[in-house]
Write a new protein. Structure first.
Length: 304
């Protein structure tokens, strides 16, 4: 069931009655061809945190959408491709259909991220107003071969680039499990189309909102289903980091069609821009400590 086509003519699917808006946490699950993993993720979520689950599914003929609906998730169909587009569509839906939401989570649909840490992540946001986002930092305890070593090396390179180009110091900046305050996203949507959306979220929370980002370690698992992340995506993420560091960060607002108020999924229009000079000034403001929570003990996440 689609929110809107490229012309913005379709209306929102209703939020099922089984998910009253009294629940203040919404978990967005971008999904494409994840019929093997989506059921496992949704079952884990139901056992881990009281939340509404919103699956943004790009149909490809498999049963991802139907499995999610059978398990009680709100499902909207994505007409274009890319994880960034899915996250943007999900955030628009939450803003329009779930206005009482306080916390928004994003998790991959491949079952690599244990959801048991979500309650701890939410408790950090509830206890510390200076924290805008909590990220699950991936830890692996097994040797998964040369491909995983290359992936880990690439992640370290991108983490360093993120610090150099964007002044964002995180050990695992591209994690696919994160929880944010909904209010800090008001009037803003990411412009990234693909996997670089995590980078854009980090820059927005840290450099535009000037809020802390906390990392919580989790044991990373083997994915279920077909791998989609490749070498070219790493270069796209690096290009995004360089672009954000040298050009500008754009904040946007949702747009609606004039005919029936349906959500328009086309590229968002600018609300305001923070150019390089303004970002440079922002970097000179008082930097709040980024910390990592390990077994209840707060420790510095990364030396600067």
């Amino acid at each position: 069931m689609a929110i809107a086509d490229s012309t913005g003519q379709q209306s929102h699917p209703p939020v099922p009655d089984i998910y009253p808006q009294l629940r203040d946490t919404v978990i967005i699950v971008p999904a494409y061809g994840e019929q093997l993993g989506i059921g496992l993720v949704l079952k884990e979520l139901s056992e881990s945190i009281d939340s509404t689950v919103l699956v943004v599914n790009r149909p490809n003929g498999d049963s991802t959408g139907s499995v999610a609906r059978d398990l009680g998730a709100v499902v909207v169909d994505q007409n274009d491709q890319g994880k960034g587009n899915a996250v943007r569509l999900g955030l628009r839906y939450v803003e329009d259909e779930m206005p009482d939401t306080r916390y928004i989570g994003i998790i991959d649909a491949d079952c690599t991220y244990p959801t048991s840490s979500l309650e701890k992540m939410r408790s950090i946001l509830e206890a510390r107003r200076s924290v805008g986002m909590v990220i699950a930092r991936r830890v692996t305890t097994t040797n998964r071969g040369i491909s995983s070593k290359v992936f880990a090396w690439g992640n370290r390179v991108l983490a360093t680039a993120h610090k150099v180009f964007n002044r964002v110091s995180l050990q695992d900046p591209l994690s696919g499990l994160r929880l944010l305050r909904a209010d800090i996203l008001e009037g803003w949507l990411p412009t990234a189309r693909g996997f670089e959306v995590e980078c854009e979220l980090n820059c927005f929370v840290r450099n535009v909102r000037n809020l802390q980002i906390v990392e919580v370690p989790i044991l990373y698992r083997e994915r279920v289903g077909e791998k989609k992340l490749g070498l070219r995506h790493g270069f796209e993420i690096l290009r995004c980091m360089i672009s954000l560091g040298t050009n500008r960060v754009v904040t946007v607002q949702p747009r609606h069609s004039a005919s029936d108020g349906a959500l328009d999924t086309r590229s968002p229009g600018p609300l305001s821009s923070i150019r390089k000079s303004e970002l440079s000034n922002a970097f000179q403001t008082r930097r709040l400590d980024q910390r990592e929570v390990v077994e209840g003990i707060e420790q510095p996440a990364l030396n600067r």
